[in-house]
Design a protein around this ligand. Sequence first.
Ligand code: COI
Length: 494
Amino acid sequence: MLHRSARKLLARTHVLQCTFWSHEPLLNPVDSSAAAARVVSTLTSKTLDRDHSSNSDNVGYHWPITPRKGTSWRQQSYSTGFQKVGALQQGMAEMVSHVIPMPSDIRYADLIVKRSDHLQAKPSLDPLGLKFGALYTDHMLQVSWKEGSGWTAPSIDPVAPMTLHPCAQVLHYGSCCFEGMKAYKDKDQHLRLFRPDMNMDRLSRSAACLTLPEFDKVELLECIKELVRVERDWVPAKEGFSLYIRPTIIGTHPFLGLSPTREAMLFVVLSPVGPYFPGGLNPIKLFVETEVVRAYPGGVGDKKVGGNYAPTMLPQLRSTQRGCSQALYVLQDGHPGGGIVGESGAMNIFFLFQQEGTMELVTPPLNGLILPGVTRDTILTIARDFGNMKVSERQLRFGEIEDAAKTGRLLEVFGTGTACAVQPVTGLLKNDNTEITIPFDSEAAAHWLAKLPGMALAQPGTDEPFSLCGRLTRILLDYQYGKVESPWSVPIDP
Ligand code: COI
């Protein structure tokens, strides 16, 4: 173990190196002294943070120095010890005047951590008390962006209200996109994410369609991992519970004209969650929404933008008033076979049909009208691997569902999503108050849920009860909680 003062010096040296790799917006020669001052103040806050956590043996090792291509001149000029700060500050003005302007990207090496002095008590793991999205942890990640200069250094700060100009684009034109991902604690208390690369890709696509800025997906993910590490005590250690991660990007440019975004902010908040629908695998009913259109061809229904969600609040209210948990969006196009089945706002939807001697699991295709769900993709992959049923991504008209239900061929319906995982559905209530009922065998589902890790992957025995929903849920949970290793489960280094 290094002597404490040696570790501190090492930490400071690392911090300084990181700072100079960090391409603090050194764009305009006029701004160069200010940039140098910012560099030093960044250094100070990082050093303070290292000092703050100096009782940890990990001091100095959370800031990997990963040189970026084409920046070696900075390493040669500035990768130096803490003592040289004064000289650097003086010399910076001349040196930066030769820099070719290059907008900065998000970089984990630049991350600043400011810990809160007021930590909240952690909640108890009561599925009813831990209402989805109602509680937030103590810290958040934030980083802002400006056209021309790019992203500032990301920081982890105590959660606090944000200041926005009243003319910020997000407040008027809904320039907002977000993600939903989760951190899980495995049996060894290690933290894990599930397919986070898919969330980073989707966030990037959502941002692009709103002219919100691009970002380095790998670097952002590293910053998110650090936030989860900081909040590791908030990650519930119980199956069915997790830490919900909400990365969000908003347009902050104070401008009432309609124009592409010139200023933005990316932030990530965390919320400890239990089951999205209290009661776990207890089935729900959906209201068949045929009047409000959630998505349409050529729209942004396949992006996770705030504008797709705000107009679903009213259908959601109407659904709950009619005893349903959510709406199922069915796009009417006058076709005699009924409207086109989409998704339900917080979930993708799956239907299991009995078809001439076989079964077919159907979910709507990725045609721009539904969100490309991470859980959706995972369930499709697992079900295809079973090899005992046809698995289709195809257009589904509501008439086909009604026919199958009438003839007893509609075997199961379930929704999937990050928030809800797998959610059985036993009723589809139509506007005329008639209801399609769907079977759900709770004992069969419980049989599959009780299986030991990995056992649900084995072919079912001939005497085993049938529950596709139960079997898929067991396998999904095994992967998410790292009970069965897979490349999908991404461990967060301690
Ligand atoms: C998610 O599943 O992560 C979602 O974003 C659903 C949310 C609208 C509650």
